[in-house]
Design a protein around this ligand. Structure first.
Ligand code: FEO
Length: 397
C-alpha cells in the first residue's frame, strides 16, 4: 500500500496496511474479505501525530509508508486501543522515531505496558475531552470504553472535523478504496463486523452515539475497512442495529445426525414461512459463524435444533448456544426443537447455556426417534405461538 492523503492539502494521510489474505481473526472470526489495519498520520505546523499503528505482521508496510512520505519525526503516537492489530507496531515505531511519546488514557497505558512492554516514561496520559495541539491542528480525545475493550477511545480532529474511531464503526474488508464507495458491500461487511465484535456492547454503543452527536463530523476514519465521507450511512446503521427494535424473523441454527432433527427443521421452516415469518436456517455442520452472527442482529426469535448425543445436545448446538449467549443479541424469544433415541437432557443443558439472553423461553418440541404426525402438530403449535408473540410484542406491524 502507498500512503494516501485523506483530502487534498489536508496533511492527513492514511498510512496503514491492507491484509488481503487474512482469513481468521482471534483464531475465531472468519474474514471472508480480509481486513485492513488503518493508521493515520496527521502533520501539524508544529507537531506530527500517528493515530494507531498496524498489526505486527504489517509493521514494515507502515514504516515504508512513513518513509515514502519522508517522515523523519513523529512526536505523538495516539493509541486508541491496546489490541495488537492496532498497537502491535508501536514498539517498532518508537524504535524508529525515538522522540515519539505514546498518548493514551490510563487504562490503555496499563494494557500497553503489560502486553507490549512499552516503558512508563514513553507515555503521556490524557483524560476525556482533553486536547492536544499540533500547531494548526487540534486533537480532542473522547473516552469511549467497551467498543471493543474497556480502554477504547476516539480522537476528534477539530479543524478538519474528522472523528477517528478505531474498531468502532469499522469493518473487516480488504479493499483498495479508501472511502466507502461500494455502499452495499461496505454495509454488509460493517454489519458482519458489528455482529461478531460490537453486538455484546449495545448499551455502550448507544451511549457513544449520543456522545458524538454534538460533534460536527465530515469524515469518520475507522481503523478497519473503508472510511466514511458520508457519516450518516454508518451512524444510521449503528443506530438501527443497536436499538431495541427486532424483526419478524426466526434464526434457526441446527444440526442433525440421522435425519430426524433435519426433518423437523424442514417442516418447521415451512410452518413459519406459511405464517409470514422470515426464517433463516443455518446447518451448523457447514455454517459460516459470521453469517449466523449477522442473522442474530435483528431476529425476534432464535430456535436451536439438535439431536441428542450422549444424553446432551450435539456439540455444534452447544457452540451455537454459547456463541449467541456471548454475543447477547436483542432476541426476545427462544425455543428448542430436536430428537433423542432413548433419553435426553438436551433442553436443560441448552437452556443453561443462554443465561445472558433476556428472553422468554417457549415450550420446546423434542421427539423420540423420527417425527410422527403429533410431533409435526406440535411444531405447528410452536409456530403459532411464535407468531402470536411477535404480534403481541409489536414485531409484526
Ligand atoms: Fe481491531 Fe479490537 O481490535
Amino acid at each position: 500500500m502507498t500512503a494516501k492523503e485523506l483530502k487534498p492539502n489536508s496533511n492527513i494521510f492514511a498510512v496503514g496496511a491492507i491484509d488481503w489474505d487474512r482469513r481468521l481473526f482471534d483464531e475465531l472470526i472468519p474474514l471472508p474479505d480480509g481486513t485492513t489495519y488503518n493508521s493515520y498520520l496527521v502533520k501539524g505546523k508544529d507537531k506530527v501525530a500517528l493515530l494507531d499503528t498496524v498489526d505486527p505482521t504489517k509493521t514494515q508496510v507502515l514504516l515504508d509508508n512513513l518513509k515514502e512520505l519522508k517522515i523523519d519525526r513523529i512526536d505523538y503516537v495516539i493509541a486508541h486501543h491496546a489490541e495488537q492489530d492496532h498497537s502491535g507496531s508501536i514498539p517498532a515505531v518508537l524504535a524508529a522515531y525515538q522522540m515519539a511519546k505514546v498518548v493514551t488514557n490510563v487504562k490503555c497505558k496499563e494494557l500497553l505496558k503489560e502486553h507490549l512492554l512499552v516503558p512508563e516514561e514513553k507515555f503521556i496520559t490524557i483524560n476525556d475531552r482533553e486536547t492536544l495541539s499540533l500547531g494548526d491542528k487540534t486533537l480532542e480525545f473522547i473516552l469511549a470504553p467497551w467498543v471493543h475493550w474497556p480502554e477504547t477511545m476516539f480522537t476528534y480532529l477539530k479543524e478538519d472535523k474528522i472523528l477517528f474511531t478505531c474498531d468502532f464503526l469499522g469493518s473487516h474488508l480488504a479493499t483498495s478504496d479508501l472511502f466507502a464507495v461500494d455502499e452495499c458491500r461496505v454495509y454488509s461487511s460493517n454489519k458482519r463486523y458489528y455482529a461478531e465484535i460490537m453486538m455484546p456492547f449495545r448499551t455502550s454503543i448507544r451511549q457513544h452515539l449520543e456522545k458524538i452527536k454534538t460533534l460536527d463530523i465530515k469524515i469518520i476514519a475507522t481503523s478497519h475497512g473503508p472510511i466514511f465521507d458520508k457519516p450518516d450511512m454508518i451512524l444510521d446503521a449503528y443506530k438501527d442495529w443497536s436499538s431495541e427494535e427486532v424483526r419478524n424473523e426466526v434464526v434457526l441454527p441446527y444440526v442433525s445426525m440421522h435425519g430426524s432433527t433435519a426433518e423437523m427443521v424442514k417442516y418447521f421452516t415451512d410452518a413459519l414461512m406459511k405464517r409470514g415469518i422470515t426464517v433463516k436456517p443455518f446447518n451448523l455442520s457447514r455454517v459460516d459463524i459470521g453469517e449466523l452472527a449477522m442473522a442474530l442482529v435483528d431476529a425476534a426469535t432464535v430456535v436451536i435444533g439438535s439431536p441428542t448425543v450422549l444424553v446432551g445436545p450435539h456439540p455444534l448446538a452447544v457452540y451455537a448456544a454459547y456463541l449467541a449467549n456471548a454475543l447477547r443479541p436483542k432476541t426476545r424469544f427462544v425455543s428448542i426443537v430436536g430428537s433423542y433415541g432413548w433419553g435426553s437432557k438436551m433442553v436443560e443443558t441448552l437452556s443453561g447455556l443462554i443465561s445472558n439472553l433476556k428472553v422468554e423461553v417457549l415450550p420446546p418440541v423434542v421427539v423420540k426417534g423420527y417425527p410422527k404426525p403429533e410431533d409435526f402438530a406440535a411444531l405447528d403449535s410452536l409456530a403459532d405461538q411464535i407468531l402470536k408473540k411477535h404480534q403481541q410484542s409489536g414485531v409484526v406491524k
